[in-house]
Design a protein around this ligand. Structure first.
Ligand code: PMP
Length: 428
């Protein structure tokens, strides 16, 4: 049994010693002391079904025994920086990771500690390679919160007084609220317009999530990415796929989110799911593009250190051994069906979307006007927590449930989650 400080004591310390900007879910935030596969446990030993581990992204499950064993073993042998000496962990994982990517994407140029760092590096590579500073990202995107990536992030919620520094935001191919519905090619015309009217006609790059995560599980309209890539490449730019949330088998149908759109990017960035909860990110590109970083030294003290790359490698082996991509597809499709049938019962559900185990449920107070149900969503979330199910929320208006559980989620878990949502909606 847990004998550490209570939720109230932790909250008190957080208020005194940590940034007032730190947020948490729930009116009375949970004190989570343990995780096991798709479950989390609070201080009283109460078990919760984790429908939002995806934020971390604990793909294989919390404290998966294979990943834990690999971490413990490595921690006993060596924890050090990646610079200075050789170590097999980083090379072995780079080889395994590169084998998961299509086309000529064969070089893991660097491992990083986060998604933000990976995207910062990707933007720098694109600018160095093309000699152009302008970068295009999509409205409603989240790409990170450092100087460059905060510029690429396109939601006022996450932008401080950032210098936009050559980043332009193009129209969101939003199939629910967008003016062109699901016609991806029409939205992509705005990429061409931006190039024609907002730049000198040449750009450094274009960055996009295949499924916007923070933005509320928005899957880009079909046909959009091929048309956008074409316009960007014609203007000399590189196409960057931000797979921080949609990568590593989460979408079920494919290992990478971009694959569902039939494109091959020039640079792929990843984080979250890559390390099963351990801080790790990566940037993968082609051998030719990778050359641009040889002009001077670039390093990252802890990026790709033996401990984190060992964890990443172990997690990748688990994904394969346990066929978690297939599981994400089967269980995710089933869960989406269950959630879609709730939409028939509850007017408040405006949209159910996503792929695999990356699903979104958008709540609106008026289906026609699509008015965001910002307060209602909080009630439903609290209710669901009370019956033992944790899910996340997001979207620009904060009215979209984000369901991104560990990929070991079962059909029974999907039923429990859908039943809990059904019950909580009925209590509104
Ligand atoms: N890209 C995407 C798509 C993300 O969702 C996030 C994090 N929410 C990031 C980049 C930034 O990752 P990190 O928080 O690890 O810096």
């Amino acid at each position: 049994p847990y004998s550490g400080p209570s939720a109230a004591q932790i909250l008190h310390k957080r208020r005194e010693f940590l940034s007032p900007s730190m947020f948490h879910l729930y009116k009375n935030p949970l004190n989570i002391v343990e995780g096991k596969m798709q479950y989390l446990f609070d201080e009283s030993g109460r078990r919760y079904l984790d429908g939002f581990g995806g934020i971390a992204t604990v793909n294989c499950g919390h404290c998966h025994p294979d990943v834990v064993a690999a971490i413990v073993d490595q921690a006993k042998r060596l924890q050090h920086s990646t610079i200075l000496y050789l170590n097999h962990a980083i090379a072995d994982f780079a080889e395994a990771l590169a084998s998961k990517l299509p086309g000529d994407l064969k070089v893991v140029v660097f491992f990083t500690n986060s998604g933000t760092e990976a995207n910062e590096l990707a933007m720098m590579i694109a600018r160095l390679y093309t000699g152009c500073h302008d970068v295009i990202s999509i409205r409603n995107a989240y790409h990170g919160n450092a100087a460059g990536t905060m510029g690429a992030t396109a939601q006022s919620n996450w932008k401080f007084n950032v210098i936009q520094s050559g980043v332009h935001h193009t129209m969101n191919p939003d199939q629910y609220r967008g003016v062109f519905g699901s016609d991806g090619e029409k939205y992509a015309k705005d990429v061409q317009d931006l190039i024609d009217f907002g730049t000198c006609g040449r750009v450094g790059g274009f960055m996009a999530e295949a499924v916007q995560g923070v933005g509320g599980i928005m899957e880009l309209a079909p046909g959009y990415l091929p048309a956008a890539y074409k316009a960007v490449r014609k203007a000399g730019g590189l196409c960057i796929a931000d797979e921080v949330q949609s990568g590593f088998a989460r979408t079920g149908s494919h290992f990478w989110g971009f694959e569902a759109h039939g494109v091959i990017p020039d640079i792929v960035t990843m984080a979250k799911g890559i390390g099963n909860g351990i801080p790790l990110g990566a940037v993968v590109t082609t051998p030719e593009i990778a050359q641009v970083l040889t002009h001077r030294s670039y390093f990252n003290t802890f990026g790709g250190n033996p401990l984190c790359t060992t964890a990443g490698h172990a997690a990748l082996k688990v994904l394969e051994k346990e066929k978690l991509q297939e599981n994400a597809f089967v269980v995710g499709s089933y869960l989406k069906e269950r959630l879609t049938s709730l939409k028939e019962k509850y007017e408040i559900i405006g949209d159910v979307r996503g792929r695999g185990l990356m699903l979104g449920v958008e709540l609106v107070t008026d289906r026609h006007l699509k008015t965001p149900a910002k307060t209602e969503i909080l009630h439903v979330m609290e209710q669901m927590k009370d019956v033992g199910v944790l899910i996340g929320k997001g979207g620009f208006y904060g009215n979209v449930f984000r369901i991104t559980p560990p990929l070991c989620f079962t059909k029974e878990d999907a039923d429990f989650l859908a039943d809990a949502m059904h019950y909580s909606l009925s209590k509104m």
